[in-house]
Ligand binder design. Structure first.
Ligand SMILES: [Fe+2]
Length: 177
């Protein structure tokens, strides 16, 4: 369940979280992961074969999202403290940036923090297992792991041509720091 952290308040109620994010132009849903995947998702790392197993266990969700949003591809990202080059990987995305395509994530294990600057307001969305979020193209955001340093997330794509971060100068988009 996601938590919104704003300067003036923290929002934890599911309906209020969704309402806040919808108002900010983001798509948010909460989708329970199937119990049949609990054991494998409880592992820290996954082999390529195990990643395939997870994706096929979530094929029904992909089918639903294809119909609703038109996604064409998906893959699974597994990050934890022993992944080689993890710091460099995180450093690429923990600074304010946009993409020319939407960024879509379904968190199926672990947790992380998406930060945004939308309408001049900076806020964070702390995501965990079951959270689905879609960030439209050209939305100012960043992403980082929290102290647990562990996440498994399915990424959904319409195409991956826009998949490089374009960095944004915070001072130009921030009204209330
Ligand atoms: Fe991004």
């Amino acid at each position: 369940m996601a938590t919104i952290v704003r300067k003036q308040e923290t929002i934890q109620d599911k309906d209020q979280v969704k309402a806040f994010l919808t108002k900010k132009g983001l798509v948010y849903e909460s989708y329970k992961t199937p119990e049949s995947l609990d054991l494998i998702l409880g592992q820290k790392g996954l082999s390529d074969a195990e990643k395939e197993e997870v994706l096929s266990g979530l094929e029904y969700r992909f089918d639903q999202l294809k119909k609703e949003h038109g996604y064409k591809a998906n893959d699974l990202v597994v990050l934890h403290d022993e992944v080689p080059g993890i710091s460099e990987m995180l450093a690429k995305f923990d600074k304010l940036h946009i993409h020319t395509d939407e960024e879509v994530r379904y968190i199926i294990d672990g947790s992380g923090i998406f930060g945004f600057i939308i309408d001049g307001e900076r806020f964070e969305v702390h995501v965990g297992k079951g959270d689905f979020i879609s960030i439209p193209a050209n939305t100012n955001h960043w992403f980082t792991l929290d102290k647990n340093l562990r996440i498994k997330a399915v990424r959904y794509f319409k195409d991956n041509s826009g998949w490089t971060p374009v960095y944004v100068d915070e001072s130009k988009v921030l009204i209330n720091a």
